[in-house]
Design a protein around this ligand. Structure first.
Ligand SMILES: *Cc1c(COP(=O)(O)O)cnc(C)c1O
Length: 399
């Protein structure tokens, strides 16, 4: 008789965004002919994909039309042309040396941050920041692991406190979704030192590294001494270059990352992840990897940087506008997210309803990202400029 994975009962319904959509639908149905609703809620890009990427995808598509140049299954860990471009531009140029066999090209950081648990025991104690990208908590609940939440609040500068019990696995996301805040070099170094001391593993989500400006905030955990011994890093072309619909990401598993198994033998996480990917994954499409490689050409760099600076200009408009209205705004400097304290003593959902009903602006209730998100609200900078400007004016008119 079939048995289900009963741990799935521990995860709630995918409530947050469906509840947002339900309330917006209900509002629209009852206010026919009312003002348009502007959304600063979505965590998805809205700008077009860079022309250099589109050209590379078109060219690669045509290669598939001829028997001399067509490609079948791609190498499981990615084509050399993409891996080498990543090594050169994302790491060597910034003083980090990695080898080609430490990079694993994939179809998304969501699946990689979720699937990495396959190579880790279910008896690990997992520390996760609160609030957080929901994948971390949900996938660990599904696997039956114990979780300790690390509240990130203005009081601790959104830097997670060390867990009460030594954690075996630690998720860090910097720049952070949903708070839009970052960890300084010293703060991140203290986590690397913690992991070395406790022989823990850091799962570092750097999906928003391309939004970092200046050199104070590390773009890779490997910029810190010792990190190759304790950290796996996840990156994605989704927010960097608008690949949310194209799907391409990569994960770095350094060869130095070895773990003592219960037998006393040392086990290489790099070898285990390679085994995982070659068993459960059949590679990212050639056409899409060609598109990703084009991000690293001079035109690709110029075009994708222009799009990121457009989003970051939106972030500045939201931050300055809301602060002018007297609100307390966190994040938005190195990330396309703004984390706003709800005014008065409104809960996250009460503030959601107020904005929707009074000024027809939609954002995301902070409580949907974890208990420590209660009393906060997330705005994203991925909107169209005119709508962003109008939404900020509308919210400001409430105060
Ligand atoms: C968007 C996002 C990702 C990227 O996921 P993909 O599957 O590569 O699109 C990863 N982590 C966080 C925190 C994100 O917000």
């Amino acid at each position: 008789m079939v048995k289900v994975n009963e741990h799935y009962a521990r995860v709630g319904n995918n409530y947050l965004f469906s509840e947002v959509a339900r309330r917006v639908r209900e509002y629209k149905a009852t206010r026919v002919g009312g003002r348009n609703v502007i959304s600063l809620g979505i965590g998805d890009v809205t700008r077009e994909i860079a022309p250099a990427v589109i050209a590379a995808i078109q060219e690669a598509t045509l290669e598939m039309a001829s028997p001399e140049t067509m490609r079948g299954y791609p190498p499981e860990a990615g084509y050399d042309f993409l891996v080498n471009a990543i090594l050169e531009h994302d790491f060597r140029a910034r003083g980090v040396t990695l080898d080609a066999d430490e990079i694993f090209i994939s179809d998304g950081a969501k699946s990689d941050t979720g699937n990495i648990g396959d190579i880790l025991g279910t008896d690990n104690l997992v520390a996760i920041t609160d609030p957080a990208y929901p994948v971390y908590v949900d996938t660990n609940l599904m696997a039956g692991r114990q979780i300790e939440l690390l509240p990130c609040l203005p009081e601790n500068d959104f830097c997670p406190p060390f867990p009460a019990r030594p954690a075996d696995v630690i998720y860090l996301c910097c720049p952070n979704n949903p708070t839009g805040t970052t960890l300084s070099r010293e703060q991140l170094k203290s986590w690397v030192d913690y992991a070395i001391e406790h022989r823990s593993l850091i799962l570092f989500d750097a999906a928003y590294e391309a939004f970092v400006s200046g050199t104070d905030v590390p773009r890779s955990i490997y910029e810190l001494e010792g990190a190759k011994r304790v950290a796996i890093e996840f990156r994605s072309f989704s927010k960097t270059a608008g690949f949310t619909g194209l799907r391409c990401a990569y994960t770095i598993v350094p060869r130095e990352l070895v773990v003592a198994a219960s037998t006393g033998e040392t086990v290489s996480l790099n070898a285990m992840w390679r085994r995982h990917q070659s068993t459960k994954f059949n590679g990212t499409a050639y056409i899409i990897q060609r598109g990703a490689a084009a991000v690293y050409t001079p035109e690709g760099q110029r075009q994708t940087r222009e799009i990121i600076s457009y989003y970051m200009q939106n972030a500045r408009i939201i931050k300055e506008g809301l602060e002018r209205a007297g609100m307390t705004v966190h994040g938005g400097i190195h990330a396309p997210y703004l984390w706003v304290k709800t005014p008065a003593v409104l809960s996250s959902w009460e503030f959601f309803d107020l904005l929707l009903n009074e000024v027809q602006v939609v954002g995301t209730p902070g409580s949907g990202f974890g208990k420590a998100g209660e009393g906060f609200f997330r705005f994203t900078a991925f909107g169209k400029r005119a709508e962003v400007v109008e939404a900020v004016e509308r919210v400001g008119s409430l105060f």
